[in-house]
Design a protein around this ligand. Sequence first.
Ligand code: GLU
Length: 292
Amino acid sequence: MTFRTRFAPSPTGPLHLGHAYSALLADDLAQRAGGECLLRIEDIDQSRSRPEWEAQIYDDLAWLGLAWPEPVMRQSDRLADYRAALAHLWSRGLLYSCSCNRRDIAAAASAPQEGGAPLIGPDGIVYPGTCRPAHPPSGPCPDAALRLDMARATALIAAQPMRPPLGFTEEGAGPDGETGLIDIPFDWLLSHVGDVVLGRRGMAGSYHLSVVLDDAAQGITHVVRGEDLFSATAIHVVLQRLLQLPTPVYHHHRLIRDEAGKRLAKRDDARAIATYRTEGSSRQDICALVGL
Ligand code: GLU
């Protein structure tokens, strides 16, 4: 198996030191394994993505000494694939449409019968199931917010013949040092992940759906990314099982933090790679700053 990884930034702001670390690490692991590192532009959220940020991604990465095979995959070119996957999951009774907004969800999840403070999972508040129908809806897949019915999904996976245990191999580490074979218990999926959103009105697919489809379409064998996405990997593995796609090996890495211990954000211009560039830093300076 050839090692193939990717760096998958969203063009919603300047790349910062955390992105530099992720891209340099992915490239380094690929080089050592005699494989390759692809670039993918995660511009699924068209309301926040900007062409100027995308152009700056190419500039910053080239300045860091990175190169990637062309053509670069862009999520905005793949909407038809995301819609097809949603229609497929819908036809199998695994999705339902949801009209709740954030406020509805927070209110329902913290209602007294739900036990007070809402439970936060890898995809935000665990959905309390307000719109979940008793029977799978039929008809064509609507252009609405679509949620995965996690109970049906886990039942279907449990019934798959010759199924290996649900999990993945972690070659890096999660936030609590999780490494090696990571088991994903069905009851944890139901209680701590719940019915995640896979489609949003007018946006084709959510991050979880698109990342799974894109990694498979690009033949990614190793996913290198920040440990903040470690718990979301369970959602990705569930989708891989439902869509019969291979599960790559995962390598989650530490996050680069500021002096106060806070993880860097896109609005933190002081740590933008572009700022270091204009201040005359070199690639070696960046490597030293991120501990590579
Ligand atoms: N687009 C995501 C980000 O910029 C990365 C997603 C991934 O690597 O799976 O944080």
